[in-house]
Design a protein around this ligand. Structure first.
Ligand code: NIG
Length: 426
């Protein structure tokens, strides 16, 4: 990692610069198709903050630009660092055996019923020390950064037992202090631990009375999430948990309508959730509710691809109805083992008919709003954090077009170079 020093930094000759500028709110409708494109642009960074963004000649005329250290990018597409607003990036091991079992015909639900899935990841987490989890997560965050992600949400949810959930959240918090990439921790209630399966109500009580207050007291999470779906938590159970978390001051998110339609998305929207995530089975009536409440729809096409469910969430209907859409990797060992947001853009465009501009808006500024950071990250505007990535393409639409590749050449976080493909400084 390398600091760019105290002199202002001037990035010039960005072939295309996507500013994502706009109103101070999640983008919806037509605004989702406006990436704020500037050809031959420049960015002036002072410390951790963006000072000026615009066409090269205008930025270079400014007084501050004259004493800046000038970096000639010689082309490339510059855009805000991706904000990956839904990940389960902290896990102890892969579940590649389940992957092969699914290829041979088993379903995600059958594997879970046989004690695999989330329960398997929980057994693995239990045996791993907090120190090892931190080391593992630091490496994983480095991989996100290499692919252009500079801010990411990370859920707990593989601890299940309160003590293990706390261990996961502490590991995320400690990792956040050691890396420059920005981590947003979420307490996720994912499943009932095996030993408490016959005592669901007691488990829910434990979460409400002990775990949520403890997490808030120790400032271990910003957001709260529940896996509300067929075979996991019911809408009534999730409502109780969300109410307790909201009262404790956590932002609400919800895993909703992934495996079946349950009414979870509507319930969460009515409770003021900042986002509802997955939505493979969302209905038109739900979409109207999301629109009414301004809830962000976070779509996770990586899991549809990997589980081969064939049912992508209806991105077009959501956007056309005026719902702000975000895209996230959902990086996890069961349903979406990718952390490459560029691949997620490709799926969104090819499988869900989002335009490349809409997909980039969804993966940057709308992702930022989905984790409560829209005022600081997700767009390149004066006063915002200098978080950006340079992609080695000539046209931003080539990011999803040349799919399955890593185009990221540089990643800058808070004005500091945190990744360079060629291993050079700026
Ligand atoms: O978002 N759906 C619930 N949680 C994850 C999968 C977790 C796992 O299988 O480990 C998801 O897809």
């Amino acid at each position: 990692m390398q600091s760019v020093g105290t002199r202002p930094l001037l990035l010039i000759n960005c072939r295309q610069l996507l500013t994502l500028r706009g109103t101070a709110s999640p983008r919806s409708g037509g605004a989702m198709g406006e990436p704020g494109l500037i050809r031959n642009g420049a960015v002036l960074i002072h410390g951790a903050t963006i000072e000026l963004v615009g066409p090269l000649d205008r930025v270079t005329r400014s007084l501050a630009a004259r004493r800046a250290e000038c970096i000639d990018l010689r082309g490339g597409v510059v855009l805000p660092g991706f904000v990956d607003s839904h990940t389960h990036a902290l896990f102890a091991a892969s579940r590649v055996d389940e992957y092969e079992a699914r290829i041979r015909g088993a379903t995600y639900s059958e594997i879970a019923e046989a004690g695999g899935g989330i329960q398997a990841s929980a057994r693995q987490i239990r045996t791993m020390s907090e120190r090892k989890l931190i080391r593992r997560l630091m490496e994983v965050v480095g991989r996100f950064v290499e692919h252009g992600t500079t801010t990411l949400e990370i859920k707990s949810g593989y601890g299940l037992e309160p003590a293990q959930e706390l261990k996961m959240l502490r590991a995320i918090k400690e990792t956040a202090c050691r890396v420059i990439g920005e981590l947003i921790p979420t307490l996720l209630i994912h499943d009932v631990p095996a030993r408490l399966k016959p005592r669901r109500t007691a488990y829910l009580r434990l979460i409400v009375r002990r775990l949520i207050p403890e997490v808030v007291r120790r400032k271990l999470a910003d957001c709260f999430d529940v896996f509300c779906d067929r075979g996991y938590f019911s809408v009534a159970e999730a409502r109780t948990l969300l109410a307790a978390a909201a009262q404790a001051g956590l932002k609400l998110k919800l895993h909703a309508e992934q495996l079946a339609h349950t009414g979870a998305a509507r319930m969460a929207a009515e409770m003021g959730a900042v986002s509802v995530d997955h939505l493979d089975h969302v209905s038109d009536a739900d979409i109207r509710r999301l629109r009414k409440h301004g809830t962000i729809a976070t779509l996770l096409p990586g899991s549809v691809l990997h589980l081969n469910s064939g049912r992508y969430p209806p991105a077009r209907r959501l956007i056309d109805a005026g719902v702000p859409v975000a895209l996230a990797s959902n990086f996890n060992p069961g349903s979406s083992p990718t952390l490459n947001m560029q691949m997620i853009l490709a799926l969104a465009c090819s499988q869900m008919r989002m335009t490349p501009a809409e997909a980039i808006v969804a993966a940057t500024i709308n992702g930022a709003y989905a984790v409560g950071r829209g005022d600081r990250v997700g767009s390149l505007e004066p006063g915002k954090q200098a978080d950006l990535t340079v992609m080695d393409v000539d046209d931003y639409r080539e990011i999803p077009y040349y799919f399955g590749m890593n185009h990221c050449r540089l990643a800058i976080k808070k004005g500091r170079l945190i990744f360079s493909k060629r291993g050079e400084g700026l």
